[in-house]
Design a binder for this molecule. Structure first.
Ligand SMILES: NC(=O)c1ccc[n+]([C@@H]2O[C@H](COP(=O)([O-])OP(=O)(O)OC[C@H]3O[C@@H](n4cnc5c(N)ncnc54)[C@H](OP(=O)(O)O)[C@@H]3O)[C@@H](O)[C@H]2O)c1
Length: 327
């Protein structure tokens, strides 16, 4: 149904019946980029998908497009296959990762709606932004890519049962944390074009550490992290491409880079889909790269002592802000 340069076919992943099996997924940032295609395939595979986003209109637009695209693809399938493939459901839930109280409130709402969560995909993220501090007092990238994911996950863990999965979208850039960064550092240094990547790396490396520790603490829940690939046509690079005048040069650079090293938005979703749906079980806490290939993440992100320090630091910082009972 979908032709790709990668050795991966989403049609080979299991299909579920939304009524009999009722597989529930929550994905952050499912309205654009890689997340959009992750949602599309989960929907085609029969999942009840909650798209967690900060903007109702954007998510509603995405849901409309997802339904049209899903029906178009189903119209190309032979009738025999359609009998065993059911469309799931698409729902909106408000979560703004830049607001911890909102994250907490959303988890309460979600737990009133659903008593079981099969799949949590921590996909939303920002990168390469100028330095900024959120109203919660964290650096913007660190909060969006890590702190809020931590809070969201800790609050949803009680409804993720045995066999559930938590997938964290990290980045190859986590390797830029090449020695132990103090979690109190916010790298408010110039030039931004360099230090923004250290801020991003610290967040994405912390996320991998978090998945590794979760996999030890909750061995019956599969916790994976991954690098999706270089996908240059998502909104991820919008800050740079929208800079007046110079933006066009960045856009050209990203296109050329993408042409040589990148993959499409849909191919970028494959590793997430593989981690989310593949019946083949890999070692819990593993890290994957483009197309679903198992590889090692950085030495720093694999250091369990350091990961424990990050965990304790995060709990303390959240407690200072009034978020209790997290461990
Ligand atoms: N593109 C790449 O080459 C690449 C490479 C490595 C890793 N990644 C990672 O892949 C993930 C997806 O990125 P993408 O490339 O698909 O970029 P994208 O198109 O910009 O998608 C990011 C998603 O995150 C959401 N988001 C951002 N801030 C949020 C917030 N405060 N609260 C709630 N949602 C928020 C965005 O929602 P809005 O639409 O409301 O902004 C959007 O849906 C990110 O974690 C990124 O770090 C991407």
């Amino acid at each position: 149904m979908f032709s790709s340069n990668l050795d991966f076919n989403p049609d080979e992943l299991p299909y579920y019946n939304p009524i009999k099996d009722r597989k529930v997924a929550l994905i952050t940032g499912g309205n654009s980029g890689i997340g959009f295609y992750t949602v599309l395939h989960l929907y085609l595979h029969g999942f009840i998908v909650y798209i967690a986003g900060r903007n109702f209109n954007k998510v509603s637009q995405a849901i409309k497009k997802l339904k049209i695209e899903a029906n178009r693809r189903r119209s190309l399938i032979v009738e025999n296959d359609l009998n065993s493939r059911f469309l799931g459901e698409l729902k909106f839930i408000e979560i703004d990762l830049l607001n911890l109280l909102n994250v907490e409130k959303s988890t309460k709402i979600f737990k009133q709606l659903e008593s079981n969560l099969n799949l949590l995909i921590l996909n939303a993220g920002v990168g390469a932004l100028p330095f900024g501090i959120t109203s919660d007092g964290f650096e913007i990238q660190f909060q969006t890519n890590f702190i809020s994911n931590f809070l969201l996950t800790q609050r949803l863990l009680p409804i993720i049962n045995n066999g559930g999965r938590i997938i964290y979208i990290s980045s190859i850039a986590h390797r830029l944390e090449f020695f132990q960064f103090d979690r109190n550092w916010n790298f408010n240094l110039k030039p931004n074009i360099i230090f923004t990547w250290f801020r991003y790396a610290m967040a994405k490396s912390s996320g991998i550490q978090y998945m590794k520790l979760l996999s030890i603490k909750y061995p019956n829940i599969l916790c994976y992290s991954l690098h999706p690939g270089f996908i240059m046509n998502t909104n991820f690079f919008a800050y740079w491409t929208r800079i007046p005048f110079f933006g066009i040069f960045f856009w050209f650079f990203f296109q050329i880079f993408g042409w040589f090293f990148g993959c499409s938005n849909e191919e970028g979703s494959f590793v997430t889909l593989n981690c989310s749906l593949n019946k083949k079980i890999y070692k819990n806490g593993s890290y994957f790269t483009t197309g679903g290939k198992l590889i090692n993440s950085s030495r720093i992100s694999n250091d369990l002592n350091y990961a424990t320090d990050t965990w304790i630091w995060t709990i303390k910082e959240l407690e200072k802000r009034g978020f209790k009972n997290l461990d």
